[in-house]
Design a protein around this ligand. Structure first.
Ligand code: XUL
Ligand code: MN
Length: 349
């Protein structure tokens, strides 16, 4: 066990305060302005915001370099004025007509070039916001039809794109956020193992790490805490998107711990037992308010997820470690699981 951090720092992204639109229906709440979102973050005790490049600089594709840095500086000023910082920037590579067939792995070389140029702009924005971290959620890098693309070629395109970014900014660190499907049928980088292997193929593996989202692991049929433990053992867990997910369906982004408290407990446990946060890593939340929430109560999912993390942290810290060790020594795992259940329920044991 590595020594745990005394207090965790929390983050979320502006997209986590949303208007409730889904593929079947329009928005149901008026939007918050960016300034209102910043105020909510501060009020709820968050320390940092996460950004897509165009969360920080709207309409990015239509702006020149000077306009981009001016807008990025204005966004940074709002953060500073409210005592917040930027955790990371992620290029939004899934909205443009030029990313319909993928971004770095599109079949058209002009589309691939657009994806790299857009990523370079995202790096410029990250520099203005004062963060060395770039997150790559490889949304459209995958296939709908096996015969349309070549996997080895696609992997090489991804390596080349990451190398260009690493070369462009020598301080940059890239976090790959794996997800097995949605919007793609099959993603090229579906799991933490794939992301680690991809990082190892780049020019500087020491600057490529992982962001793990709970729901993405569940969609891959994996246990989120085991995946976090795996990345931690390689010193590659540089951020997390805690949330929850009810089975194998679309990415639900439910509040942390809402579906499976014990699964959530084990994520907090693995982070705490392995010193997560000691190198400045944030506890990031990627959670969505229910569509039924009215605007004035549409930030509760963030407050609740953070509260659940802290409640579970108490449970991790108050575990009877000698009892746990003794039950492990006796190989009495039935008793161990009964003890954990009792502990989580606050039952007399
Ligand atoms: C998509 C997802 C994104 C990334 C940021 O499923 O999780 O919000 O976290 O681009
Ligand atoms: Mn995410």
């Amino acid at each position: 066990m590595t020594e745990a951090i005394t207090s965790y720092r929390f983050s979320f992204g502006p997209w986590n305060l949303s208007e409730g639109a889904d593929p079947f229906g329009p928005p149901v709440r008026d939007p918050f302005t960016f300034l209102e979102k910043v105020k909510i973050a501060k009020q709820l005790g968050f320390d940092a915001l996460q950004f897509h490049d165009d969360d920080a600089v709207p309409e990015l594709d239509s702006l020149g370099p000077e306009q981009i840095s001016k807008q990025a500086r204005a966004t940074k000023q709002i953060l500073t004025d409210h005592g917040l910082v930027a955790e990371f920037v992620a290029p939004r590579l899934w909205f443009s007509p030029r990313t319909i067939d993928g971004a770095y792995t599109a079949n058209d070389p002009a589309d691939r070039a657009y994806a790299v140029e857009r990523s370079i702009k995202a790096i410029d924005i990250a520099q203005e916001l004062g963060t060395p971290l770039l997150v790559l959620w490889l949304a459209r890098e995958g296939t709908y039809v096996r015969e349309a693309k070549s996997v080895p070629e696609a992997v090489q395109y991804l390596v080349d794109a990451i190398n260009t970014m690493l070369e462009y900014d020598k301080q940059l660190r890239i976090l790959v956020e794996p997800k097995p499907n949605e919007p793609m049928d099959q993603a090229y980088i579906p799991t933490v193992g794939h992301a680690l292997a991809l990082g190892n193929r780049t020019a500087d593996p020491s600057r490529v790490g992982i962001l793990i989202e709970t729901a993405h692991q569940i969609l891959a049929g994996l246990d989120p805490s085991d995946e976090m433990g795996f990345a931690l053992s390689f010193h590659k867990l540089w951020s997390v998107h805690l949330n929850d997910q009810s089975g194998l369906k679309f990415d639900e982004d439910k509040s942390f711990g809402e579906v499976d408290l014990r699964r959530a407990f084990n994520q907090v446990r693995v982070l705490e037992e392995n010193g997560y946060g000691r190198n400045g890593e944030y506890v990031g939340l990627d959670v969505k308010a229910m569509r039924t929430q009215k605007k004035e109560v549409s930030a509760k999912h963030l407050a609740n997820s953070k509260q659940t993390f802290l409640w579970l942290l108490d449970k991790v810290r108050s575990l009877n470690r000698s009892l746990q060790a003794e039950l492990v020594r006796q190989r009495d795992y039935e008793e161990l699981t009964r003890y954990i259940t009792a502990h989580l329920l606050g039952a007399r044991y």
